[in-house]
Write a protein that binds this ligand. Structure first.
Ligand code: CA
Length: 240
């Protein structure tokens, strides 16, 4: 999951980025409206956290309007020092999905972020591939009833793969989804993390779930999952 934080106050932007990265999300930061719109144009964000008062010509509400003019835009959480009822109503009327007044506690922000992600995505909060389960809300991973500790990036990769069960994902797709734009290293980093993931979730089990897809990248699936998946897709009654 990749978020955009639009915030001109560096202290708050850093605080948000650090906290959200610690929770396993990739975070880009834009410090004014123009940059924010450039980023939104170039990247498919899962969520935008938007400050209202921004320096320069475009303020947060204008950024919000531009996002809402697009057919499919990410959910937007407005963050503002202006907490009057009028301000809130205006933000929500312009299409914000939620509104949080500064100062705020990080845990509250995180709770609202997770609520928005759940709302925007009817996907289940619990993902499952064979006997491997991932709880998106509690950020817990379990295989055959045994809890598995993952680092934030490992969790991010696994969640992305499990949301796309049975679909081959390229290294570039994985990097773009899990790392922010400050990362300009090689996509080989994905191989390193997949090795870590395999040692944690696959090595001790006879059934291997993470599969290498030659010439593309990686995929997660139950070894016998492919045919079942196809049948469900064909019957258009696919339930995730
Ligand atoms: Ca501001």
């Amino acid at each position: 999951m990749r978020f955009l934080v639009v915030e001109d106050e560096k202290r708050i932007a850093d605080f948000l980025a650090r906290g959200l990265e610690g929770a396993g999300y990739a975070v880009d930061v834009a410090s004014n409206g123009t940059t924010a719109l450039e980023f939104i144009h170039a990247t498919d964000y899962d969520l935008v956290i938007l400050d209202v008062m921004l320096p320069g010509e475009i303020d947060g509400l204008q950024v919000l309007q531009k996002i809402r003019n697009r057919k499919v835009g990410p959910p937007v959480l407005i963050l503002s020092a202006r907490g009057t009822v009028d301000d809130r109503v205006r933000g929500l009327e312009l299409g914000a999905d939620d509104y949080l007044v500064k100062p705020f506690a990080f845990v509250e922000l995180l709770a609202r972020v997770r609520a928005l992600l759940r709302r925007g995505q009817p996907a289940p909060e619990r993902l499952q591939v064979s006997d491997l389960t991932l709880d998106c809300t509690r950020r817990k991973v379990n295989r055959a009833g045994e809890p598995i500790e993952l680092a934030p990036k490992e969790f991010g990769i696994l969640e992305y793969m499990m949301r796309n069960k049975g679909r081959p994902l390229s290294r570039t797709m994985i990097v773009e989804h899990v790392w922010d734009m400050d990362y300009d290293g090689l996509t080989n980093i994905v191989d390193v993390y997949i090795r870590h993931l395999r040692s944690k979730i696959d090595d001790r089990f006879p059934q291997k779930l993470i599969q290498t897809v030659r010439g593309i990248g990686y995929m997660i699936d139950a070894p016998d999952g492919k045919s079942a998946e196809k049948l469900l897709e064909n019957s258009s009654e696919r339930q995730v």
